[in-house]
Design a protein around this ligand. Structure first.
Ligand code: HEM
Ligand code: PLO
Length: 479
């Protein structure tokens, strides 16, 4: 690899007018793998032109920490994109909205609302555990046959988010729940980041099929969420907020003294609810499916987790958050899953809001920065045999949990994931309960899941099948 010499200029791919560096970007590889390959040739920090936009790719964790943490504020901007502008009514959400004082206020409000149901609160745990019971029972009803676990897992996680956002609980097969899952699928399929539409914003005037599909799904989403919002407004009381929508509505009125464009509008509330769904469902269910896929490849890891669960919790009661300290190996499995297959292998694009620097190089305002978490999580200088699934790497010499500084599955700094503690709680409760109660196996004669993955808006495993049976004492799936 060519080292980046501080002071020298940052290596850059060639470019053509209008097309930028497109002809030099192989279309055969997904971006995280392509950038990883290019980093071997150009160095871990290199530039290219996305159409007219100068874009930097960060493949090393020192540079990533500068961008996200040390100079996090300088790089906390977001470029505008056609599809995400449609998705968020021009950036009235958190994830795709550019940095501004209103965004800061909005993010803080969402963060506070989450802590209302936060890790300390038993309500959140109760919501998740009741969905876990439903999932275990549903999976075990298919005992003996080979099936794809993805739909049931997605439904269970969607249920948690529905309850959290607008207090709805659904039975499997409920029409409204199906509608949510369906429109979300449609958005996931059409919004793929870095798609052509976003390189050439003028393509907006030539509507193509996927843009039409995206608009249709957004329409259905907005109709459903507007209805929920109106119901909540009508029944809002002075008491404790019932859910995220209540908390946002209350936060909105508490701040209604500011000027028009400094206000959390109804649009903001709606977009936040929509985003909590999108982010809350896709990421968590995909992470669970990756971990399950790896456990089918590594029965020895599965046995170790189940042994830890049997010793520390047993089969007389459900797992709860207070068990977390006693289950270090399970935590390692979760971390290793997020390391080896980050759901967001390239973070949402960041943008320099002022002139700044990375690794001693000056970076002009307006530069787009892509943080390639894939390269960072597979860097052979920091991870021993990075392509192997080895949960033990998250334990130190004394068998205590250790978090290496190049492990950043949720990002870091001003743009760090707002759902991190919710996600960690869900991953812990879902995975521990599933493995406590259910024995997962590959169907007879089936080859283990493909681990390559497919990059949509998140990096997903290809569909695979499992067979399940209840572990001793869990014949009904719940207690
Ligand atoms: C942002 C990861 C779950 C809401 C992010 C980012 C990552 C990430 C890598 C981008 C950071 C950046 O651009 O620098 C994950 C993972 C999850 C997860 C691995 C689960 C395993 C959730 C959940 C929610 C959520 C459950 C909410 C319910 C968000 C939001 C942002 C975000 C709103 C945008 C933050 C901003 O731009 O300021 N997440 N996430 N995420 N995540 Fe998550
Ligand atoms: C998923 C489809 C939804 O309908 C809309 C949505 C909102 C927020 C996005 C999410 C999608 C995909 C995963 C994202 C999340 C914000 C943060 C998260 C990009 C597009 C990650 C992993 O960065």
């Amino acid at each position: 690899p060519l080292p980046n010499t501080a002071g020298g200029s940052i290596p850059c791919l060639p470019r053509l007018p209008l097309l930028g560096s497109l002809p030099w970007l192989s279309q055969h590889l997904p971006p995280h793998l392509l950038f990883c390959k290019l980093s071997h040739r150009y160095g871990s920090l290199f530039g290219f032109y996305l159409g007219p936009y100068y874009t930097l790719v960060v493949n090393n964790h020192h540079h990533a920490r500068e961008v996200l943490l040390q100079r996090g504020r300088d790089f906390a901007g977001r470029p505008r994109m056609v599809t995400t502008d449609l998705l968020t009514r021009g950036g009235k959400d958190i994830a795709f909205s550019d940095y501004s004082s209103l965004w800061k206020l909005h993010r803080r409000l969402v963060h506070n609302s989450f802590t209302l149901f936060g890790e300390g609160s038993s309500r959140l745990q109760d919501i998740v555990l009741s969905s876990v019971d439903g999932l275990c029972a549903e999976l075990l009803s298919s005992t003996g046959s080979a099936f794809d676990p993805a739909p049931a897992i997605t439904r269970a996680i969607t249920n948690v988010v529905c309850k959290l956002v607008f207090s709805a609980t659904y039975e499997p097969g409920d029409a409204e729940l199906q509608e949510v899952i369906h429109y979300n699928d449609g958005i996931v399929q059409t919004i793929a980041r870095g798609g052509l539409v976003d390189i050439y914003p003028w393509m907006k005037v030539f509507p193509n099929k996927s843009l039409t599909k995206l608009k249709d799904c957004i329409y259905i989403r907005d109709r459903l969420l507007t209805r929920k919002l109106e119901e909540h407004k009508a029944s809002l009381s002075d008491g404790d907020p019932r859910d995220l929508l209540d908390a946002l509505l209350k936060g909105q009125t508490a701040r209604s003294t500011g000027s028009q464009d400094e206000q959390i509008s109804d649009d903001h509330v709606l977009m936040t609810a929509a985003e909590a769904f999108g982010a809350g469902v896709e990421t968590t269910s995909t992470t669970l499916l990756w971990i399950l896929a790896y456990l089918l490849h590594h029965p020895e890891v599965k046995i170790s987790v189940q042994q830890e669960l049997d010793e520390q919790v047993g089969s007389e009661r459900a797992v709860n958050m207070s068990d977390r300290g006693r289950l270090p190996y399970l935590d390692c499995v979760i971390n290793e899953g997020m390391r080896i297959r980050p759901v967001s292998p390239v973070l949402i694009p960041h943008m320099a809001m002022t002139n700044s620097s990375i690794g001693g190089h000056s970076i002009p305002r307006g530069t787009r920065v892509l943080v390639n978490m894939w390269s960072i999580h597979h860097d052979p200088h920091h991870w021993d045999k990075p392509d192997l699934f080895t949960p033990e790497r998250f334990l130190d010499a004394n068998g205590q949990r250790a978090t290496p500084s190049c492990f950043l599955p949720f990002g870091a700094g001003p743009r760090v994931c707002v759902g991190e503690s919710l996600a960690r709680l869900e991953l812990f409760l879902f995975l521990s309960s599933l493995l406590q109660r259910i024995s997962f196996k590959l169907p007879d004669g089936a080859s283990p899941p493909n681990l390559q993955g497919r990059l949509g808006v998140v990096l997903q495993p290809l569909p695979y099948k499992v067979t399940v049976s209840p572990r001793l004492g869990w014949e009904g799936g719940a207690k």
